[in-house]
Design a protein around this ligand. Structure first.
Ligand code: COA
Length: 165
């Protein structure tokens, strides 16, 4: 039987429990899931691409069929290169829909053989975003409900270094 490779792309600045929830769901469905970290959104990030990859690797170490990689340029080209037939996206709330709909249709237009599949994020995480996590960290709030311990430590370290500079 053909093995199905899925790509879960994103900025992951930083990854949160919401992302990890989607990753676990995808890992149960597909033979291989590639977490593809990118700078392609033009967002200014706190963490460079290697740091984001490392945080993700640490967080998914126990999931044997999950890999972490990075890409530049068009997602669809990257998916082709990796022989992936599925792009996974997490849906948190209705507000995600319009943007995701536009992106899925654009990607399908570029390559109709690659399907975008939406997985519903667990309701406990449906309101989290990476920006909110960073805001809570800046305001010295408790991060334990939003990100794994290793990532909370990395975020605090980043703030400490910024304050020193
Ligand atoms: N749980 C928690 N937060 C989530 C989440 C989940 N399940 N899913 C998304 N988010 C948050 C992210 O943390 C991020 O928060 P932020 O805006 O505060 O940083 C926000 O939702 C956006 O999600 P993300 O998955 O990171 O999307 P993105 O906009 O960074 O990624 C790409 C979009 C990378 C997939 C897209 O821009 C892309 O494919 N780029 C490559 C270039 C390309 O091919 N362009 C044409 C595409 S049509």
């Amino acid at each position: 039987m053909q093995k199905i490779i899925a790509i879960y792309p994103g900025t992951f600045d930083p990854p949160t429990f919401g992302h990890i929830d989607v990753i676990k769901r995808a890992a149960k469905i597909y033979n291989k899931v590639i977490l593809a970290v990118t700078n392609g959104t033009g967002k200014e990030t706190w963490f460079d691409i290697k740091e984001r990859e490392e945080m993700l690797k640490d967080s998914v170490r126990k999931l044997r069929n999950v890999e972490v990689d990075n890409f530049d340029g068009l997602l669809v080209n990257y998916a082709r290169k990796k022989k992936a037939s599925v792009i996974v996206r997490g849906l948190r709330a209705l507000s995600d829909f319009e943007y995701e709909f536009q992106m899925a249709l654009t990607n399908r237009n570029i390559d109709s053989k690659i399907e975008t599949v939406f997985l519903m994020t667990h309701e406990n995480y449906s309101y989290i975003s990476s920006s909110l996590v960073k805001e809570i960290a800046l305001l010295k709030g408790d991060l334990s409900r939003f990100v794994p311990k290793n990532i909370a430590i990395a975020i605090k370290g980043k703030i400490k270094n910024e304050n020193k500079a």
